[in-house]
Design a binder for this molecule. Sequence first.
Ligand code: SF4
Length: 411
Amino acid sequence: MTLAHAARPEVRPSDQPPEGATSADAKPIISFAPKRRGKAPAHLADLDLAGRKKVLKDLGLPAFRADQLSRHYFDHFSVDPNTMTDIPASMRENLVKVLLPELVTEVVVQRADRGMTLKHLWRLFDGAKVESVLMRYPERTTLCVSSQAGCGMACPFCATGQMGLTRNLSTAEIIDQVRQAQVACREGLLEGGPTRLSNIVFMGMGEPLANYKMLVSALHRLIDPSPEGFGMSARNITVSTVGLVPAIKKLAGEGLPVTLAVSLHAPDDDLRDELIPINSRWKVGELLDAAREYFLTNGRRVSIEYALIKDMNDQRYRAQLLADELNKRGHGWAHVNPIPLNPTPGTIWTASTRRAQDAFVKTLRDNGISTSIRDTRGSDIDGACGQLATAVTQGGATTAANEERSEQENR
Ligand code: SF4
């Protein structure tokens, strides 16, 4: 560290045990191997339309009913046989049983941000729990979905990371979080009345690119028009990653113009090795090269997510280093979203001061980097995606009032 860097003492991720760790000497352990092998029941949303027709045909049921059932699911967000009046009553129960088993059951729902945010905890068929968060903004309504139960990436600031990877979600388990959000929007469960779900971000529990096959088929269900899928705009879908470089390259070749968000959080390997353990496998340089390639292939500007953590990664020299790393790979290909971390009392993982945030943003902008501080609702998700599941597992859910207080403190 040079003298210029020494004005504020730096804290390191290793200065305390990881968030939510059960022992003082806990160390992050990366894992790609799920603890559970169980497979969710097969569901219409796991398959494309041809696959759904084949299932019905193999069971001796009329294949064309797959089309009708798909429209009920993707157009009307319905799994209730009573609403399916275009299908003979005698057939409905059986079709629903075969192609629309219940996968995602509500355990807890919390409201925050004066009713503009709904946070759901869901129970899956085997008791595993995942979260999704629905957020209304003036110009869009966004759902943050989970792609895995738990997570194997072991980021020390994240409660989910300390749970380890329970298992990958099936495509339909991801998609049914979306269907339920579509219902919540339509029925006006968010403050402000009925609305339309416009955006999806894969920033809930899990590393989406570690569940690659299910992710890609979920993207198809989101983007493909009915009766294949919901027909959402690919431009409004964001896949976030901590940096699985080979999977980023593979995703670039899928021809799905979704936005890539890289959870960078540090521009130097020295800090990032501790902050994001997968950095020990793929370094900052390789990650940014892959992100730039993604931009060149897909034409979609990459989002660089950067949780501003007090005295850890929020120094002006790190902002300069980040700007240099981005600019040396070209201009206009990335947009930086610094996010003041949601404060957790008593830990070293706390939000940067307002002054540090402003200086960080100014340094990036002075270097021509497009930058916007992200809404703290986003930081709730990015930095604390496993907190609700942990709290409920331990017997006491966090309250909306607590969340609102955190947000006030963040301002
Ligand atoms: S921050 Fe994201 S990638 Fe890291 S452990 Fe948490 S859920 Fe996994």
